[in-house]
Design a protein around this ligand. Structure first.
Ligand code: NAI
Ligand code: MG
Length: 327
């Protein structure tokens, strides 16, 4: 396949193993030159192989043009953080919007979290420095902060959103001070407007009037927390896709985890995984097909069938078949 793309597929644990094949089925229903190579990771691999992320999986992901990831369970930090790094990603893009036919706390929501995903408190520098005394080192660099700001302003300009930067520089003066200054510098260089919001107050505003916000540029932890909050506004984690992108190939995954409470029942909502595949198609230059997938998914969200998280009684299989049928 000379001009095709190779996709690494890493379903992982729990419902990752249910929603990721659903997304692949949707991709296969398109007439695109995509090939798929499966690789394993997660809790079940730790049991079998002594590591949750075998080197072979990292190599498969590195070698592919893009990766579709499902979820990992307790080993999530040992799996997804290295994989996001392996693909050279620094931006975790998480769109959270409402859809016709889906009950939402906040029906007018159309947010995109642009989350820095290489540093902050997720840099992995934790210690027990004395018995009962633990520390976590928060890393914020000017380079990574400028990089995520540039990405966020580009994304907002391309898609027509306002920009808000979330920070807590009144308390974390040095680290978030640097983050905020870096975003300001990028905004100044571009003559771009932006709003600044303390992240705790922003959490409240996002609940009370989400329609006033668009792109939210965040440090790592804030982006993780605020995007799940937004999932709650729009109808749940079953709906939120994400893209881990940067300079190299990307990794695309639902925002949700392995959902052990419903795993194995065949009722996980495949929407987040399918919309993640659509973000992957955008990234690979198949924007028209990505739009087709989104339109088909939205039609099924509106007309049903719906999985139990959206108040229905359909299975993952029913919803996937309906999306494929729509296509
Ligand atoms: P979770 O996202 O797995 O589930 C939270 C709630 O949302 C559960 O009630 C679940 O049933 C529901 N939910 C999530 N996705 C759904 C879907 N597609 N359809 C219907 N309902 C859905 O988060 P939780 O429970 O906090 O974590 C479970 C495990 O997942 C933990 O071991 C955690 O470490 C891991 N995790 C992994 C992530 C990753 O691989 N990127 C991200 C978040 C959590
Ligand atoms: Mg999360």
């Amino acid at each position: 396949m000379a001009d095709g793309h190779e996709i690494a597929v890493v379903p992982g644990d729990g419902i990752g193993g249910e929603v990721t094949p659903a997304a692949v089925r949707v991709l296969e229903a398109l007439d695109l030159p995509l090939s798929f190579v499966e690789a394993d990771a997660g809790d079940h691999v730790l049991e079998a192989e002594g590591t949750p992320l075998p080197e072979a999986t990292v190599e498969t992901v590195r070698g592919a043009d893009a990766t579709l990831f499902g979820a990992a369970g307790e080993t999530a930090a040992d799996v997804i953080l290295p994989l996001r790094e392996a693909v050279g990603s620094f931006a975790n893009v998480r769109p959270a919007r409402t859809y016709p036919g889906v009950d939402a706390v906040a029906p007018e929501t159309d947010l995109v979290f642009v989350r820095e995903n290489t540093e902050g408190v997720y840099a992995g520098i934790e210690d027990e420095i004395a018995d009962g005394v633990t520390t976590c080192t928060r890393v914020i660099t000017e380079a990574a902060s400028r990089r995520i700001a540039e990405f966020g302003f580009d994304y907002a300009a391309e898609h027509g959103y306002d920009v808000t930067v979330a920070h807590k520089s009144n308390v974390m003066r040095v680290t978030d001070g640097r983050f905020l200054e870096s975003v300001r510098a990028v905004a100044d260089e571009r003559g771009a407007d932006h709003e600044e919001a303390l992240m705790d107050a922003l959490a409240m505003h996002l609940v009370m009037r989400p329609e006033e916000y668009g792109v939210v540029i965040c440090p790592n932890l804030a982006g993780d927390v605020l995007s799940d909050l937004a999932a709650g506004l729009v109808g749940g984690l079953g709906l939120l896709p994400s893209a881990n992108v940067g300079r190299e190939n990307g990794l695309f995954e639902p925002v949700h985890g392995s959902a052990p409470d419903i795993a194995g029942e065949g009722v996980a909502n495949p929407t987040a995984a399918v919309l993640s595949a659509a973000l992957m198609l955008d990234h690979l230059g198949h924007g028209d097909d990505a739009d087709r997938v989104r339109a088909a998914t939205e039609a099924v969200l509106d007309d049903g069938p719906r999985t139990p998280d959206l108040g229905g009684s359909a299975t993952t299989e029913d919803v996937t078949a309906a999306i494929v049928e729509e296509l």
